[in-house]
Design a protein around this ligand. Structure first.
Ligand code: KIV
Length: 354
C-alpha cells in the first residue's frame, strides 16, 4: 500500500482533490481512520484537552507527544502522520525547535511536524525544514496563544486582520511549510488564502473552500455531548453509544448474566463457542470463525491479531449486524466483504484471547 506523503498532499491540491485529516492519539483510532482512507492523521496537542482533561493545550509535554505520535505511527499504514510540537518546545530557540522536531520523527515515527505561528516563526521553520523535517504551519486561532488571543475566538475578521493573515500565510509558504492549517477564520478569507498559496491549506472552522479539512476526532465522533461549537459536525453520537454499552455491562455484571459460559474457560481444552453478535464487527486474523485453534495458537502463541476492515469506499455492513471480536473468531457479515484488507490493530498474542 502506498503511503501518503507530503508530495501526495501537494498533488492532491494541484488535482483539486480535497484532503481529509483527523486527529488521532492512539493506535486503535489511528488504525480505524487509516482503514477509512483518511489521508493524514494529526497527533494534535488537543490530546491535552480530549485525553488528558486539561482546559487548554498548554500543559502537554514533548515526552507525551512523542508517546502519542508513536502510538499513532505504529498503526497508520497509509495515512501521513503529523506530530504537533507542543507549547514551549519550539518558541525559545531554533536549536531547541530542531531538536524537538527531530524527536517526533526519530522517536515518534511521524512524517512531519506542525507548529503554530506566523512570519515570526519563519526562521524556526527554515531551520527545521533544513534539518530534513517537513513542517505544517498553523494560523488563525492558534490555541497555544489562547491567553494572547483572549480566548478561543474567530480570527482574521476585518480587512486589516485578513491582510495580516494572508501575509503570514505567504511567509510560511516562503519559509518552506508544505501545508498550512487555518483555524476559525472567515470562509472568504480562508478561500482567498487557499487560492493564493501553492501549498495545501487545511481548514478547521474555515469554510468549504480550503484544500482540505481537519477535525478533532472526539468532536466529530460526538464523544462529548456538551461540546458543540459551530464548526464541528458530529458524524455520529458515540457518547450515547459508549454510555449505553457501559450501562449494559454494569447491568449484566450486577445480574450475573456476564460472563456467560461462552466467555469462560473450562478445565480442559474444548472447541471454542461462536461469539455472540455485538454491535460492531472486526474480523480478526481473517480466520474462519468455525475453525479450531491452530497448533501453537493456544496460550503463549505469539501471533499478532489483525483485524480486517472494508477498504475506503466499500459499503459497510448494516449497523447492528456486525460482530465485534479481536480473537480471530469474528463474524459472518464482515467476512462477506471481498475487498477487505487486513489492518494490524493490536499486538496481543493470539493465545491470550483463546
Ligand atoms: O491540536 C489539534 O488538534 C490541532 C487541530 C485542531 C488542527 O491543532
Amino acid at each position: 500500500m502506498k503511503k501518503v506523503t507530503i508530495h501526495t498532499l501537494r498533488k492532491m491540491k494541484q488535482a483539486g482533490e480535497r484532503i481529509t485529516v483527523l486527529t488521532a492519539y492512539d493506535a486503535t483510532f489511528a488504525a480505524l481512520f487509516d482503514a477509512a482512507g483518511i489521508d493524514a492523521l494529526l497527533v494534535g496537542d488537543s490530546v491535552g484537552m480530549t485525553v488528558q482533561g486539561h482546559d487548554s493545550t498548554l500543559p502537554v509535554t514533548m515526552d507525551q507527544m512523542v508517546y502519542h505520535c508513536g502510538c499513532v505511527s505504529r498503526a497508520a499504514q497509509r495515512a501521513h502522520v503529523i506530530g504537533d510540537l507542543p507549547f514551549g518546545s519550539y518558541q525559545a530557540s531554533a536549536d531547541e525547535a530542531v531538536r524537538n522536531a527531530m524527536r517526533l520523527v526519530a522517536e515518534g515515527g511521524v512524517g512531519s511536524v506542525k507548529l503554530e505561528g506566523g512570519a515570526d516563526y519563519a526562521d524556526v521553520i527554515r531551520r527545521i525544514v533544513r534539518a530534513g523535517v517537513p513542517v505544517m504551519g498553523h494560523l488563525g486561532l492558534t490555541p497555544q496563544s489562547v491567553h494572547k488571543l483572549g480566548g478561543y475566538v474567530v480570527q482574521g475578521r476585518g480587512e486589516e486582520k485578513a491582510a495580516r493573515l494572508l501575509a503570514d500565510a505567504r511567509a510560511l509558504e516562503e519559509a518552506g511549510c508544505y501545508a498550512l492549517v487555518l483555524e476559525a477564520v472567515p470562509s472568504a478569507v480562508a478561500a482567498e488564502i487557499s487560492r493564493a498559496l501553492t501549498i495545501p491549506v487545511i481548514g478547521i472552522g474555515a469554510g468549504v473552500d480550503c484544500d482540505g479539512q481537519v477535525l478533532v476526532c472526539y468532536d466529530m465522533l460526538g464523544m462529548n455531548a456538551e461540546f458543540q461549537p459551530r464548526f464541528v459536525k458530529r458524524f455520529t453520537e458515540l457518547a450515547a453509544v459508549i454510555r449505553a454499552a457501559a450501562e449494559e455491562y454494569r447491568s449484566e455484571v450486577r445480574r450475573g448474566t456476564f460472563p456467560g459460559p461462552e466467555h469462560s474457560f473450562s478445565s480442559s481444552a474444548e472447541p471454542r463457542a461462536a461469539p455472540r453478535a455485538g454491535p460492531i464487527a472486526l474480523a480478526a486474523n481473517g480466520a474462519d470463525p468455525a475453525a479450531p485453534a491452530a497448533e501453537g495458537e493456544g496460550e503463549g502463541g505469539g501471533q499478532a491479531n489483525i483485524i480486517s476492515l472494508p477498504l475506503p469506499g466499500a459499503s459497510l455492513p448494516s449497523a447492528g449486524s456486525q460482530v465485534l471480536g479481536t480473537s480471530g473468531r469474528a463474524g459472518s457479515e464482515a467476512d462477506a466483504h471481498s475487498d477487505e484488507r487486513p489492518v494490524k490493530l493490536y499486538s496481543v498474542p493470539t493465545g491470550m484471547l483463546e
